[in-house]
Design a protein around this ligand. Structure first.
Ligand SMILES: [Zn+2]
Length: 182
C-alpha cells in the first residue's frame, strides 16, 4: 500500500491465493461495501463478531468489515488518475487513468446500491466486483472511454484466471463487454 486508506477509496485484495482479485469501496469506520461473488456452496462459519457478516456468499452487494473483506489477504488501494506512461507499466486491475469522483459521492453511490436505491444499470456489472467499485468511483461504466477496456478486463479477471493481459486479451475482453451489455 503506497498511501493511507481514506473513506471513498477503491480497495482490493487477492483471492484464492492470487488467482483473481476482489474489489470493494472503503466507506470509513472500518467497513467496506462490495459485490460478493457467488460461490457454489458457503462455508458454515459463525457470523463475524465485528460486523455481523453471516459470511453467506450470495452474489449480492453487502457491507462488511475490512477483516471480512480481506479474509486474511493484504489490502491494496486501486489508484485513479494514473498518467498513461505509468498506467501501461502497471499490472492490469490495479489502477485506472480515469479520475475518481469526490469521496462523499463515491460513498453515497455505494450506499445507494447497498439499499437497492441506485437507478444505475445494475446488471451491467452483475457478479463483477471490480466493475461495481469502478462504477462507484467514476459514476459510469466508461462507455467509449479507455475505462471501458479497463472495466472489461476486470470482468474477465474476476471471473476467470487472467495472467498478463496481452493486447489480444484486451480486445477479447472488450468484445465480451459489448456482448454482455446487450
Ligand atoms: Zn466482519
Amino acid at each position: 500500500m503506497s498511501r493511507r486508506l481514506e473513506p471513498g477509496d477503491h480497495i482490493y485484495c487477492k483471492r484464492k491465493g492470487g488467482l483473481y482479485d476482489h474489489h470493494g469501496i472503503y466507506v470509513g469506520d472500518y467497513m467496506v461495501i462490495h459485490l460478493q461473488g457467488k460461490a457454489k456452496k458457503s462455508k458454515p462459519l459463525p457470523p463475524c463478531q465485528k460486523c455481523g457478516n453471516k459470511r453467506v456468499i450470495n452474489g449480492e452487494i453487502a457491507k462488511v468489515c475490512v477483516d471480512c473483506f480481506l479474509d486474511g489477504e493484504k489490502l491494496e488501494i486501486f489508484d485513479y488518475g494514473v498518467p498513461p506512461s505509468e498506467f501501461s507499466a502497471r499490472r492490469s486491475g490495479t489502477c485506472s487513468q480515469r479520475h475518481s469522483k469526490p469521496p462523499s459521492e463515491v460513498i453515497r453511490t455505494a450506499n445507494d446500491f447497498l439499499r437497492g436505491e441506485s437507478s444505475a444499470a445494475y446488471d451491467w456489472f452483475y457478479n463483477n466486483c471490480e466493475d461495481f467499485a469502478v462504477y462507484c468511483k467514476t459514476g459510469s461504466n466508461g462507455s467509449a472511454q479507455v475505462g471501458e477496456v479497463i472495466a472489461a478486463a476486470g470482468l474477465v479477471a474476476c471471473a476467470t484466471l487472467l495472467g498478463p493481459v496481452t493486447a489480444l486479451g484486451f480486445a477479447g475482453a472488450f468484445v465480451l463487454s459489448k456482448f454482455l451489455r446487450r
